[in-house]
Ligand binder design. Structure first.
Ligand SMILES: [Zn+2]
Length: 142
């Protein structure tokens, strides 16, 4: 393991320890926390995600990590899943604004539909890019 990987890992362990001690008393109030944590860990277990990609590098929780209520399973699971054009995860209807009842037309093999998380990540990414442009435009010329 490289020094940077060790540095990264040790920092994450300290963060996890802090989270654990902070929320230890509250854990019993969240009956699905183990399954939800496992889902989150499994997101990138096979390969490390690319760094600084707008649909991954954000602070919005990914769709379908938190346990979906039984009513949501009942209502939407029969509709199957579709793959988000951003995060590339197969997600259920309740993770998308666009209805599965309509056909999603493909353009160059892509439907371009984003899940709620990727929609928010794109909005934040666009806002950051536009504020950076604004800052550049408003910097006085010296
Ligand atoms: Zn997505």
């Amino acid at each position: 393991m490289t020094i940077s990987a060790l540095d990264y890992s040790s920092f994450k362990i300290v963060q996890l320890r802090t989270l654990y001690t902070t929320y230890l008393d509250a854990i019993s109030k969240y009956p699905h926390i183990l399954v939800e944590s496992q889902r989150y860990l499994d997101l990138y277990k096979d390969e490390r995600p690319p760094a600084n990609i707008w649909f991954l590098d954000h602070d919005v929780l990914q769709q379908e990590i938190v346990e979906r209520p039984p009513q949501i399973h009942e209502r939407y699971d029969a509709m199957g899943t579709r793959v988000c054009a951003g995060c590339r995860r197969a997600l259920h209807q309740d993770s998308f604004r666009d209805s599965f009842a309509r056909r999603w037309t493909l353009r160059l093999g892509e439907h371009g539909r984003l899940c709620y998380t990727c929609t928010e990540a794109r909005r934040k990414s666009d806002a950051r890019a536009s504020s950076t442009r604004w800052d550049r435009q408003m910097t006085p010329i010296t």
